[in-house]
Design a protein around this ligand. Structure first.
Ligand code: HOZ
Length: 430
C-alpha cells in the first residue's frame, strides 16, 4: 500500500536528515513510513502510491479553502510571469497590508516576513527593544517556531519527540524564557511578581494548536491582558494557526481580547512560505528603518507569496459564509466523533474551537500540556494508523491540532466518523 513512499523515504534519508525537512513529518512518534505526497486537490491528498486521503492537516492550517484552490493557483501562475522576486517594494505589499488591517483588529502597522518562526522571533525582539527588558513568559506546550528563545518546554515536534533540552541553546537564552502551565493565571501572576520590571512580553497561542487543540478557559486570556496592562508588558498573540481561520480577525476577534502585537504565519500565504507581525503603532514604530530594532528579509513581501495570500484572504473577506460553513462542518464532525467514541467505551476528550479540533484519549479535561501528555497517546498512535489505512490523514502526533478545510463535504465527514468507529473497534480489540 505504501511501497513507493517506503522507497522514497529510504532514498530521502541518504540526503536529507531523517528523510524530512521538518521533524513532525517523519512519523517517528507514530511509527511507520511517512507518506510522500504527490499532489492534493480540494479536501484530498494523494500519495506516491496513488492512495487518496481525506486531509485533516491542511498544511498545518493554511489551506482553509482546500488544496489547489483555483483562484489562488491562477493568481500565482499569472504573477510568476512578472518574475518571482525583486528585493524591492511593490504595490501588492501595500494592498496586502491594507487587507490585513481591514480584517484583523489592532493592527496599525504590519511587517511581512517569510515564516511564522521569523514573525515570532521578530515580535519578541521588538517587545524587548520597546520595553528595554529581556525576559518573557511563554506557556508549556505552546510552540512559537524554532527560534532559540522559544524552544523551552515547547509543543509540536519537541513534545512529540519529548525533547526537554535542545543542544545549541545557550543558558542565557533559556534563563530569559520563563514558563508556566497554559490556563494557569495565578502562575503567571507569580512569575510577574518574582521578576519585577524584567518581563518584556507574554507570548501565547490564544487557542493552542501545538499540543493538540487546547482552549483558553474563561477569563484566562482576559487575565493576561490585565496583567500586561498593569505591568507594561507587551502581550503577543501567536496567531500563526488561528489568524484568519477562527474568524476574519482571528482569535483577537473570536475571543474579544486585543493583543499589543500579533504574529501570523502560513495562513496568510495561502500555502506559500509567509509570515507577518503587526500591532500597535507605538511599538511597531521601533522597527527599522523607523526605529533601531533591526529586522530584515530579502524575500519578505515576495510577490508570489503576496499574491497567493492576498487572493485567499480576499476570498475569506468577501465570503464570510465560509466561516459559518466551516464551523458547522467541524461541529458536525465533533458530534459524530463524540457519538462513536462514547459508544466505544474508551475514555476521551474532544477539544474544539471553530475549525480546529483534536481528540485526546483522556478521562479528564485536557486544558494544558500536562493533561495532553497524560492522555493515552499510545492509543492515539494505533488510532492514527487505523485511520490512515481507511483513507483519513490525521496529524501524525497527539500533540497537534486537526484543521478542517471548506472543501470537505458532509460525505467526507461521515466517512471520517465511520472510519473512527471501525478504527476504534480494531485498535481496542487488539
Ligand atoms: N505544529 C507545527 C506547525 N506549527 C507542525 C508543522 C511542522 O513543524 O512541520
Amino acid at each position: 500500500m505504501y511501497e513507493n513512499s517506503k522507497l522514497l523515504f529510504d532514498r530521502a534519508q541518504q540526503s536529507i536528515p531523517g528523510g524530512v525537512n521538518s521533524p513532525v513529518r517523519a512519523f517517528k512518534s507514530v511509527g511507520g513510513t511517512p507518506l510522500f505526497i504527490k499532489k492534493a486537490q480540494g479536501a484530498y491528498l494523494y500519495d506516491a502510491d496513488g492512495n487518496q486521503y481525506i486531509d485533516y492537516i491542511a498544511s498545518w492550517g493554511p489551506m482553509i479553502l482546500g488544496h489547489a484552490y483555483e483562484p489562488v493557483v491562477n493568481a500565482i501562475r499569472e504573477k510568476a510571469l512578472d518574475s518571482t522576486s525583486y528585493g524591492a517594494p511593490t504595490e501588492l505589499e501595500i494592498e496586502m497590508a491594507e487587507l490585513i488591517r481591514t480584517m484583523a483588529p489592532n493592527i496599525d502597522l504590519v511587517r511581512m516576513v517569510s515564516s511564522g518562526t521569523e514573525a515570532c522571533m521578530s515580535a519578541l525582539r521588538l517587545a524587548r527593544g520597546y520595553t528595554g527588558r529581556n525576559k518573557f513568559i511563554k506557556f508549556e506546550g505552546c510552540y512559537h517556531g524554532h527560534a532559540d528563545a522559544f524552544l523551552v518546554k515547547a509543543g509540536s515536534g519537541l513534545a512529540t519527540f519529548n525533547i526537554q533540552t535542545v543542544p545549541g541553546i545557550t543558558g542565557g537564552v533559556s534563563n530569559d524564557t520563563l514558563t508556566c502551565a497554559y490556563n494557569d493565571l495565578p502562575a503567571v501572576e507569580k512569575l510577574v511578581a518574582e521578576n519585577p520590571d524584567q518581563i518584556a512580553a507574554i507570548i501565547i497561542e490564544p487557542v493552542a494548536g501545538n499540543m493538540g487543540c487546547i482552549l483558553p478557559q474563561p477569563g484566562f486570556i482576559e487575565g493576561l491582558r490585565r496583567i500586561c496592562d498593569d505591568h507594561s508588558i507587551v502581550l503577543i498573540f501567536d496567531e500563526v494557526m488561528t489568524g484568519f481561520r477562527l474568524s476574519p480577525g482571528g482569535a483577537q476577534q473570536t475571543l474579544g481580547v486585543a493583543a499589543d502585537l500579533v504574529t501570523y504565519g502560513k495562513v496568510i500565504g495561502g500555502g506559500m512560505p509567509v509570515g507577518a507581525f503587526g500591532g500597535k503603532r507605538a511599538i511597531m514604530e521601533k522597527i527599522a528603518p523607523l526605529g533601531n530594532v533591526y529586522q530584515a528579509g530579502t524575500l519578505s513581501g515576495n510577490p508570489i507569496a503576496m499574491i497567493a495570500g492576498y487572493t485567499m484572504l480576499k476570498e475569506l473577506k468577501n465570503k464570510p459564509a465560509i466561516y459559518t460553513e466551516l464551523e458547522q462542518k467541524t461541529a458536525y464532525l465533533h458530534a459524530g466523533l463524540e457519538k462513536v467514541l462514547r459508544a466505544s467505551g474508551t475514555p476521551y476528550t474532544i477539544n474544539r474551537m471553530g475549525s480546529m479540533i483534536s481528540v485526546h484519549f483522556s478521562d479528564r479535561p485536557v486544558t494544558d500540556f500536562a493533561t495532553a501528555a497524560g492522555a493515552n497517546n499510545e492509543l492515539f498512535k494505533k488510532y492514527f494508523h487505523a485511520m490512515l489505512k481507511r483513507g483519513v490523514y490525521l496529524p501524525p502526533s497527539a500533540f497537534e491540532s486537526w484543521f478542517l478545510n471548506n472543501a470537505l463535504s458532509y460525505d467526507d465527514l461521515d466517512r471520517t466518523i465511520s472510519a473512527t468507529a471501525e478504527s476504534l473497534k480494531e485498535v481496542l480489540s487488539s
